[in-house]
Design a protein around this ligand. Structure first.
Ligand SMILES: Nc1nc2c(ncn2[C@@H]2O[C@H](COP(=O)(O)OP(=O)(O)O)[C@@H](O)[C@H]2O)c(=O)[nH]1
Ligand SMILES: [Mg+2]
Length: 143
């Protein structure tokens, strides 16, 4: 998938090939800065294997990054399910859909995601592709 890898790329600008499952969730805190814009951000990197979300992971959230994996059909097919959970728990907040693993010649693409009504940004936490753009979108939304 890539939720943890994207968080690591955003906050540490690093990538790890080895897969370490996320137990429950991991909080990240840091400052995202571009030019003269800086935003303090707290991000919960959740374990996506269950649709149950602890209130701590979403209460007071100002927005969400929704991650899918371009090599994994079910991750794309379940985007709207996760979006509905967000809508139910938080209400309407900005949601940015990140389509990860753009470095791989993947089976699914932005057109496939569009069929579900989502505009996604292609990213790769491995190469860093699209990550600056994702950060820019966040900064522009909240600053
Ligand atoms: N090729 C490639 N592999 C990735 C990318 N992002 C994550 N991975 C790998 O996919 C696996 C799962 O990533 P992870 O971030 O732990 O997924 P999570 O379960 O959603 O948190 C790890 O082995 C990562 O190294 C990417 O953009 N490209
Ligand atoms: Mg993870």
């Amino acid at each position: 998938m890539g939720k943890t890898a994207i968080a690591r790329r955003i906050f540490q600008n690093e990538f790890e090939e080895a897969y370490k499952p996320t137990i429950a969730a991991k909080p990240w805190k840091g400052e995202l800065a571009r030019g003269n814009k800086a935003l303090k951000v707290a991000l919960w990197d959740i374990a996506g294997h269950t649709l149950k979300l602890h209130p701590a992971f979403y209460s007071g959230a100002n927005g969400a990054l929704l991650v899918c994996d371009l090599t994994n059909k079910s991750s794309v097919d379940s985007l709207s399910q996760w979006h509905n959970i967000l809508l139910n728990k938080i209400g309407i907040v900005p949601v940015i859909v990140l389509a990860n693993k753009a470095d791989i010649n993947a089976e699914y693409d932005l057109d496939y995601i569009k069929r579900y009504g989502y505009d996604a940004l292609e990213v790769s936490s491995k190469t860093g592709q699209g990550i600056d753009e994702a950060i820019d979108i966040v900064l522009n939304l909240f600053l």
